[in-house]
Every structure is written in structure tokens, then in C-alpha cells.
Design a protein. Structure first.
Length: 333
């Protein structure tokens, strides 16, 4: 059975990412996340390293005890990856008893929507990111770690493969963020076909696609309420799991801020690789076939609720998503 985890990034309000003035004492704690996994028969949690550094030692100790005593596991996520941050993480794990499965999710940037035409230094970002990975690849191998580069909404399937294979990286694979494929010139199905052999971590994310003047925007929703075919996703990942049983699934609801994908902008495609540009007509047809009209789009009512109501709604959406994925996995077993 493929391990199924819950990702701390599902809780934008609870984690303090949306309202950065929310006190740490009011945020969703790491032990609550672990207990949520336990109560819903999950295998573990995916947690951000930067958040682990901010919370007090009691939270870390409680998180570690829940994971250890209940045979759970944890994936570590680095939000702003550099060799310096990586070495800090190694030191942290060496000094802590956190039960860690060896997978470290990393991403290149905070660029969204595939809108690289807005980014003047996109190529240099890719170059620097690649150099950072090369620097730590050897140590990852020595430590038994696997770096899992997330496509996020900035790196296409072909660029991920190029980073790994052109540099002969031995301890690097891919975190496939399923929903974010939609911002990168491919449907989830087409994205998977390119990267499948390198997948070691999967972020199960869904989006509603809303029509805009420049293309579409991707809107957060519980899993099963958007356009992603999770039955096919689970089937595909299960076939890879039979070849590589280190793969993890992580439920990650999208950000509360909708992500614009400006694929009708005249400069949108210029910085994409040729392998993506040649498929753009099929991609646009896919997006338009799933678009809903702006008039049918409901604004996020969470914006007008109290922090406690927001966090409760996020937890409810996460639990609904967990049960939805579990029902699919059971049906396909």
C-alpha cells in the first residue's frame, strides 16, 4: 500500500501563511497535524523545515513522540532551498529524534502560474537552483536522503528531467504536484508520462479552473471537487510504486490565492522549452474544456470569517479530501 500523508501546507490560514500577523500560539500546531493523521488512518505528515525551526522544543518533542509511538513517518519540505539551509536541516535532524523517511521536498522559486514571461531572470534562477542541487547531491547519497524537486508552478516536466539526467544526479527525484501541472503547459496525464520514472513524492492537489481574459485561474478546492482525475492518478502511481516502493502520497490543498495562468498573453510561451510550446494547442483546448465562467465562480467566503472558523474550515476540507482519496484507494485495491 502506498503511504498516504497529510501536508502542513494544506492549512494556509492555520499555518500563518495567509495572515502573517496570526500569533504562533494561535496557529495549527505540529502535534495537531500528527494527531489529524493518526485519527484519519494516515501514514504520516509532510512538514516544512522552516516551521520546525520556529516552533518551541515542546512542539517538536510532542510531534516526535506521536510519530514514533504510532509508527508514523515524516517527509521534510524545504521552502527556500540553498545548500546552507540544507546543511542546517542535516544538523537539525542529527540533533533531534524526529522519525524521518529520508525524502526532502524542495522547490526552485515562488513563481506562480507558469507566468515566466513576467520574470526577467528566469534562466539564471534555474541555473542557480541546479548548481545548489549538484552541490548537495553527494552528501544526500551518503546520508541516505532523497531530494525531491517539486514542479511547483515554475518547472516543466522536461526541465525537471533535464536537471536530473543531464547532471547524473544520483540522489534526486521528483515531487509531482498534480494540480500545479495545470500551470505548466500540460495536463496532469501528459506531465506524468514524462516524469513517471523519477517520481518519489506526490502532492495530491486539485483545482477548479476559472476562465479569465488572459487564460485561466486555478482555484483551491477540496480533492474531488475540481478537474483532476484521482482515480487515474492513483492507478498510475500504484504502477510506479510496484517498481519503486519509496514513493509517498501527500494530500496538499492549494493556496487560498487563486493562481492566474496567462496562456493567451503574447509573451507567455516564449521562455518555455520547445517540447512544451509544440503542445500548446492541445493544452489550451484542455484548459478551455474545463473552464467555468467567472460568473459561476464563488469568492472565498473564508476571507470574512474569524481565524478559528478559517482553521476549522481548512481542517474540514482536509478531512473530506483524506476520506475521498482513501475511498478511491480502497475501490482500486
Amino acid at each position: 500500500m502506498i503511504p498516504l500523508l497529510i501536508n502542513y501546507y494544506s492549512f494556509g490560514y492555520g499555518a500563518g501563511y495567509v495572515d502573517k500577523t496570526l500569533p504562533l500560539s494561535s496557529q495549527l500546531s505540529m502535534p495537531i497535524l500528527a494527531n489529524l493523521a493518526l485519527e484519519n488512518n494516515l501514514n504520516g505528515v509532510e512538514v516544512p523545515f522552516e516551521k520546525l525551526l520556529k516552533v518551541d522544543s515542546n512542539q517538536i518533542s510532542s510531534l516526535s513522540n506521536i510519530i514514533k509511538n504510532n509508527n508514523l513517518e515524516s517527509t521534510i519540505s524545504i521552502e527556500d532551498f540553498t545548500p546552507h539551509v540544507f546543511y542546517k536541516m542535516v544538523e537539525f535532524l542529527n540533533n533531534d529524534n524526529l522519525r524521518f523517511n529520508g525524502i526532502i521536498r524542495i522547490k526552485m522559486s515562488n513563481n506562480f502560474g507558469g507566468n515566466r514571461y513576467r520574470i526577467g531572470n528566469f534562466s539564471s534562477q534555474v541555473k542557480q537552483f541546479t548548481e545548489n542541487i549538484i552541490e548537495v547531491d553527494g552528501l544526500c547519497g551518503e546520508m541516505g536522503y532523497l531530494l525531491a524537486i517539486e514542479n511547483h508552478q515554475d518547472l516543466t516536466s522536461y526541465e525537471l528531467i533535464d536537471i536530473i539526467e543531464s547532471n547524473n544526479l544520483n540522489s534526486v527525484g521528483i515531487t509531482w504536484d498534480v494540480g500545479s501541472s495545470l500551470a505548466l503547459g500540460q495536463s496532469p496525464k501528459d506531465f506524468y508520462k514524462v516524469v513517471r520514472k523519477h517520481i518519489i513524492n506526490v502532492h495530491l492537489k486539485d483545482y477548479i479552473i476559472v476562465e479569465t481574459k488572459l487564460g485561466s485561474m486555478l482555484v483551491r478546492c477540496p480533492l474531488g471537487k475540481g478537474v483532476v482525475d484521482f482515480g487515474q492518478i492513483i492507478t498510475d502511481i500504484r504502477s510506479q510504486f510496484n517498481r519503486n516502493n519509496s514513493i509517498k502520497l501527500s494530500i496538499e490543498l492549494g493556496a487560498h490565492t487563486a493562481r492566474a495562468v496567462d496562456y493567451f498573453h503574447p509573451e507567455y510561451w516564449e521562455k518555455f522549452p520547445k517540447s512544451i510550446r509544440t503542445n500548446k494547442d492541445n493544452y489550451i483546448r484542455y484548459m478551455q474544456s474545463h473552464n467555468i465562467q467567472m460568473r459561476d465562480y464563488q469568492e472565498n467566503s473564508l476571507l470574512f470569517k474569524s481565524p478559528s472558523d478559517m482553521i476549522k474550515k481548512e481542517i474540514d476540507d482536509a478531512v473530506d479530501s483524506i476520506h475521498y482519496i482513501q475511498s478511491i484507494m480502497e475501490l482500486l485495491s
